[in-house]
Design a binder for this molecule. Structure first.
Ligand code: ZN
Length: 273
């Protein structure tokens, strides 16, 4: 099976050097394997994704030196490559999870969940869902999200191609997670699994902030009877104060670097060391 990797940016802001580094590793791994690199536009968050960020994303990626063989601009055998155009695929996945009986409707607000927690959560991942709706059936017509019921206490293990063996315990490291949002859109977890499978991705290269998401997604792959790809989680880039780079670090956006006359060839060299 030939290598298929992907770049999956979300047009909710300008891409910064941290994204570029993760994408650059993804591109290098695809090239080293003489594989295919796919660009997928993760534009499901209608409130935060903006058309100007989509055009900036293409411009900035090309300026930096990224090249992809399939994507929204060049097409390919697994089109469309914009998540907002793939809703029918996600709905099919959702229906399959529902038939399997592994998901349930949840009517909790963010505030309900915060109040039900015993202790404030320390990690920067989402708080562990307290299970309030696990055994209650909401009244018909209530706007609910749908959560995956995790197998409490089960260790979810995988071997990361960058970091080696990883184990996370369901119900302890992460709780029941949303697969379908109350606004009738798929969650990140569901959309990514459906797409990586449909697009025949063989290795997912992404930031280490998504390690717990990988554990969640492995449960989805298993439930859906799908073979998961390999996972390669890169260290996150931090600023001088040790804080993780975010889209709000405008000075390190590819846009700002370009405006200041940065040379993409030099940036690529600095990222590969
Ligand atoms: Zn709930």
């Amino acid at each position: 099976m030939s290598y298929r990797g992907r770049l999956a940016p979300s047009p909710t802001g300008y891409l910064h050097l941290g994204h570029a580094r993760t994408f650059f590793i993804a591109q290098q791994r695809a090239r080293a394997a003489t594989g295919t690199l796919i660009l997928r536009n993760e534009d499901l968050d209608r409130a935060r994704c903006k058309p100007e960020f989509v055009s900036a994303m293409f411009e900035d990626l090309k300026w930096f030196g990224f090249e992809w063989q399939e994507g929204p601009d060049v097409g390919g055998p697994h089109a469309p490559y914009n998540q907002s155009e793939r809703l029918a695929i996600y709905r099919k996945t959702f229906e399959q999870l529902r038939r399997e009986g592994v998901i349930y409707p949840c009517v909790c607000s963010r505030k309900d969940i915060q109040q039900a927690l015993q202790a404030p959560h320390a990690s920067d991942d989402e708080p562990i869902y307290p299970g309030t709706c696990r055994n209650r059936s909401p009244e018909a017509g209530t706007r609910a999200s749908w959560r995956f019921r995790v197998p409490d206490g089960e260790a979810i293990s995988f071997t990361d191609t960058a970091r080696g063996p990883q184990t996370f315990v369901a119900g302890k490291d992460f709780g029941d997670f949303v697969v379908w949002r109350h606004d009738d859109f798929p969650s990140y977890q569901l959309a990514v699994v459906a797409d990586d499978n449909a697009m025949r991705i063989t290795e997912v290269v992404r930031g280490a902030d998504l390690l717990l998401s990988t554990a969640r997604q492995l449960l989805l792959y298993r439930t859906l009877g799908l073979t998961p790809p390999a996972f390669h989680h890169c260290d996150l880039m931090t600023d001088e104060s040790g804080a993780r780079l975010a889209k709000r670090h405008d000075a390190l956006s590819l846009r700002a670097l370009r405006r200041r006359g940065a040379d993409p060839a030099q940036l690529r060299v600095s990222l590969s060391t």
